[in-house]
Design a protein around this ligand. Structure first.
Ligand code: B12
Ligand code: SF4
Length: 529
């Protein structure tokens, strides 16, 4: 990758919503220039994160011991924005609170919102639709609005299937949602609102997309104070955090990568970020108010801007802030000379999206990174004393039995401390969603898009083959003396023992063979070793 902030020409086929900076453009104005009115409003708003069943999230795998949940950052950001303009807002994290539809309706009855906003990734859309249906049945006067990554990828089909959503928005919601509320309140026409999806009789209209808002610091930070007590209801992944009192943050939007399996529909290709000051203030605030000193940066490209990264690290070091954190990175954006600074600033783990150990497969998914670069990157993370974790995807288009074996061998050959894999899912909003059918069997049912289920089986494989390789991978990677010793050495506190126990149970459940090993796979593995 050559440019950090530049827009890139993305060649893609199909009819999905294109979100390249050049096409939609950047909005360089200030939030205040939109002229939204301040002051207490009489329009009440409820934002709901839908409850999604365990099976729906994790598919066939029993990951009950390590299941995680974190505050829904998207609607927390919306809540914060509209609260600034005086809208009474309530967040209902029905997922974290384990609520049923009738629990939700009870709270709707008590709060009496005029507008209910729901969010959804693809895997959650039917849950959000069920809630909207119950709300409309309870009180048809309430305006229901769906936003988030799923509807951004599939605006027309979503409103066609679910008539209980009155309106939808595509892309980022801070400005568009505030504009909708203002127009509802003033009884002004809504059809002019950019990024709005609306019905005109039978017809569904998708208005032109709003440009990407550039100065992210002008959006107030997510309203963490509006979700139920943070540490009673949420637990971040035991694998991604250092402490149980940990918070996940998104501090930049977009990625300049071109990976064909990735859905960048909401945030776009390109890169915008909060300043170091904004981030440090937010971390300090969470530390002072909630005692949070461990952070998991979910950003697609946390390390995307080298000057910002440097400033963040130097700030933490200068002020001796007692923070630990982890982040994700593309191998080509991690610079060896930054690693020791990151370590000094509390970075304890870096996850690298490696995806495959076969260069042909990496190239076909347009990862644009070489295996050699990945190796250098992992080495430099290790040399700095930071924990390294590699993420891989099995079952890619063009995958062969050889390429999966190459991936597993490659993962074991890297000096990674941890590795994990998911199965390829051609997500709505990604390029592969439109082309996957050419490369294998694809089941596009929305409820199955959780990356733990197998909804795409590449030509030359069966589902069982993929499951078999998965279990083989977990055993081969983790049951090695180096890794086992690393885990034993790590245990230094009661919290460590608890984490180790949870991880161990999840591991055992994952690798127990419930299925018969396909004969030809046995043959191939024996031949290979
Ligand atoms: C953080 C994150 C997570 C966190 C969730 C934290 C949380 N509770 O919010 C975790 C790690 C839990 C997670 C899990 C999953 N994730 Co995830 N995740 C992300 C990530 C990196 C950032 C999302 C984010 O917080 N962005 C910042 C906020 C501000 O943006 P936002 O949430 O999109 O919200 C904005 C708009 O969408 C809109 N909006 C949202 N809701 C609403 C509602 C209304 C009413 C309105 C008007 C607007 C609106 O306004 C918001 C503010 O601008 C995205 C990548 C990306 N580029 O989007 C993937 C992404 C959303 N995840 C994805 C997936 C597939 C998953 C999983 C299903 C699979 C997996 N990877 O395991 C799981 C979920 C199931 C499970 N097993 O837990 C895909 C979704 C694709 C799709 N079409 O569904 C994405 C897009 C990754 C990708 N690039 O392909 N994820
Ligand atoms: S998978 Fe990661 S590197 Fe690739 S485009 Fe998506 S966010 Fe960027």
């Amino acid at each position: 990758m050559s440019s950090l902030h530049g827009d890139r020409e993305i060649k893609r086929s199909g009819t999905g919503v294109l979100t390249i900076g050049k096409e939609i453009g950047y909005d360089l104005s200030h939030v205040d220039s939109y002229g939204f009115e301040y002051g207490l409003k009489d329009l009440k708003v409820m934002l709901i994160n839908p409850p999604v069943s365990f099976d729906c999230f994790y598919g066939e795998w029993d990951l009950s011991d390590v299941k995680s949940s974190s505050p829904p950052i998207g609607i927390l950001s919306l809540a914060s924005m509209i609260r600034k303009y005086g809208y009474p807002v309530r967040i209902l994290d029905a997922h974290a609170e384990g609520m049923t539809i009738s629990d939700i309706i009870e709270i709707v009855d008590e709060f009496k919102p005029h507008v209910v906003g729901l969010t959804a990734m693809t895997v959650m859309i039917s849950a959000s639709a069920e809630i909207a249906k119950a709300i409309k049945a309870f009180n048809p006067e309430i305006t229901t609005i769906i936003g988030g990554v799923h509807v951004t990828a599939e605006p027309i089909e979503t409103l066609r299937r679910y008539t209980q959503f009155d309106l939808a928005t595509v892309g980022e919601g801070e400005v568009v949602f505030t504009e909708i509320l203002e127009r509802i309140r003033k009884n002004l026409p809504r059809d002019v609102i950019q990024s709005l999806v609306w019905r005109e009789g039978e017809k569904i209209n998708v208005n032109p997309r709003r440009a990407f808002f550039k100065s992210l610091d002008e959006f107030p930070p997510p309203a963490f104070d509006l979700v139920p007590e943070l540490f009673n209801h949420y637990r971040l992944s035991v694998f991604g955090t250092k402490k149980f009192r940990s918070v996940g943050l998104v501090t930049s939007r977009g990625c300049v990568g071109e990976c064909t399996f990735c859905d960048l529909g909401v945030v776009g290709r390109g890169y915008r970020s909060n300043s170091a000051k904004y981030l440090i203030d937010l971390m300090k605030d969470l530390y002072n108010k909630l005692g949070v000193s461990d952070f998991l940066f979910y950003d697609d490209l946390f390390v995307g801007s080298r000057p910002r990264l440097k400033e963040i690290c130097e700030w933490i070091i200068r002020e001796k802030l007692p923070f630990t954190w982890s982040c994700c990175a593309r191998a080509d954006f991690l610079h060896p000379d930054m690693m020791s600074l990151m370590k000094k600033a509390g970075c304890w783990m870096v996850e690298v999206g490696i995806e495959s150990g076969c260069q042909r497969v990496m190239d076909s998914m347009r990862k644009n990174v070489s295996k050699e670069r990945v190796r250098e990157c992992v080495n430099s993370i290790n040399e700095a004393g930071i924990v390294s974790k590699g993420n891989f995807i099995f079952g890619n288009p063009g995958e062969t039995h050889d390429s999966i074996r190459e991936t597993i061998d490659y993962a074991c050959s890297l000096k990674l401390n941890y590795a994990q894999h998911t199965f390829l899912q051609p997500l709505p909003g990604s390029e592969l969603y439109e082309t996957a059918g050419k490369y294998g069997e694809f089941d596009p049912s929305w409820d199955r898009f959780n990356t733990f289920s197998i909804n795409f089986v590449p030509t030359g494989f069966t589902r069982d083959d993929l499951i078999w390789y998965s279990k083989y991978f977990w055993k081969k990677f983790y049951l090695r003396p180096r890794i086992l010793w690393q885990e034993i050495k790590k245990i230094q506190s009661i919290e460590d023992i608890k984490r180790a126990w949870l991880s161990f149970k999840a591991f055992v459940k994952t690798v127990i063979y419930k299925r018969k090993l396909p004969e030809f796979v046995q043959r191939q593995i024996v031949n290979a070793h």
